[in-house]
Design a protein around this ligand. Structure first.
Ligand code: TLP
Length: 345
């Protein structure tokens, strides 16, 4: 039987044998009482890795972002996000529902907002205006195809935000991919944020989980927000154990996924009808424009599903392919071969 090559997301990765082993052996306790030693170890490790005072284990990236917004804002505030940010596009209106805040979007180039536009979007202290309390960044930036937001851009937004007393939160679902792509320690990125959410369950292969990291008083509020959302977990050290392997081991292999994306992109770019902006292939994602094939994104993905290559549509004429630990370099060759076969059939 033909192997299915699943490029829908890096979320499809399975826990590694080492993770399963660690999960089976994990010491656990009731985390709502703060008594799960494995969760405590994961939170301390995560905080240290991104150079923040404290961290909180949450089930998902979405909850990580939402408890962060709940902790930083008051009802009626406004938050600034890039117009294609996950927080704005894919979190089901969470900021409005959970925090009662209004979202102000600023357009970005490959995920990076112009610092001048951000400055201009900060509200004046005026009776008529909502209070701007938070700026959210995203790195790598999902909807731009995994582009890396440059450090200088983050710095140019963070400095003025601090001068104005605003908090900066990073949706760092794939911040370790950003660090690998830039060839820097992740702290170089997180130094320009007050809080960060990063996922253990994407390229890092843990089955579940994200960490939120930031100042201690912020984490206290985020912990309370997590409880409100029903996210206070009990013997979840079995999950945290996989998260520890994710942080200690799997962060070191992400560059390999980026090399796979390069290989895939180069091969697909040579196929007539497919267009790829190679400058945007910066981490583990490839955005492929399908217009030249006469098919839209959903027709093309439906066609390729029949050939055992899975990926999602991103816009009407763009599909997103994501590389990860559960596909190898040979799978990239095979995916390219099947696309050629499907388009010439
Ligand atoms: N992204 C998923 C889908 O929701 C689109 C994916 O397959 O890429 N921030 C960013 C930047 C993300 O890409 C995601 C997940 C999240 C937050 C949310 O994480 P989860 O899925 O754990 O809630």
């Amino acid at each position: 039987m033909k192997k299915i090559i699943d490029l829908r997301s890096d979320t499809v990765t399975h826990p590694t044998p080492e993770m399963r082993e660690a999960m089976a052996r994990a010491e656990v306790g009731d985390d709502v009482y703060g008594e799960d030693p494995t969760i405590n170890r994961l939170e301390a490790l995560g905080a240290e890795m991104v150079s923040k005072e404290a961290a909180l284990f949450v089930p998902t990236g979405t909850m990580g972002n939402q408890v962060s917004i709940m902790a930083w804002t008051n009802r009626g505030d406004e938050i600034i996000v890039e117009s294609n940010a996950h927080i704005f596009m894919y979190e089901a209106g969470g900021p409005a529902v959970l925090s009662g805040v209004q979202v102000r979007t600023v357009p970005g180039t490959r995920g990076a907002m112009d610092p001048e536009d951000v400055k201009a979007a900060i509200r004046p202290n005026d009776l008529h205006c909502p209070r701007t309390s938070l700026i959210c960044l995203e790195n790598t930036h999902n909807r731009s195809g995994g582009c890396v937001v440059p450090l200088e851009n983050m710095k140019a937004i963070y400095g003025p935000a601090k001068e104005q007393g605003l908090a900066v939160h990073l949706d760092g679902a794939r911040v370790f991919n950003a660090a690998a792509a830039l060839g820097v320690d992740v702290r170089q990125i997180t130094q320009y944020t007050d809080s960060v959410q990063f996922c253990l369950s994407k390229g890092l292969c843990a089955p579940v989980g994200s960490l939120v990291a930031g100042p201690e008083d912020f984490i206290d509020k985020a912990r309370k927000a997590r409880k409100i959302l029903g996210g206070g977990m009990r013997q979840a050290g079995v999950l945290a154990a996989a998260g520890i392997v994710a942080l200690e081991k799997m962060t070191k292999r992400l560059a390999e996924d980026h090399d796979k994306a390069q290989k895939l992109a180069k091969g697909l770019a040579e196929i007539p009808g497919l267009d790829i902006d190679m400058a945007t292939v910066q981490s583990n994602m490839v955005m492929v424009e399908t217009r030249g094939t006469g098919m839209d994104a959903s027709e093309f993905s439906a066609l390729m599903k029949r050939y055992g290559v899975l990926f999602n549509s991103s816009t009407q004429y763009k599909v997103r392919m994501v590389t990860h630990n559960d596909v190898d370099f040979d799978d990239m060759d095979e995916a390219i071969r099947r696309v050629k076969e499907a388009l010439s059939a």
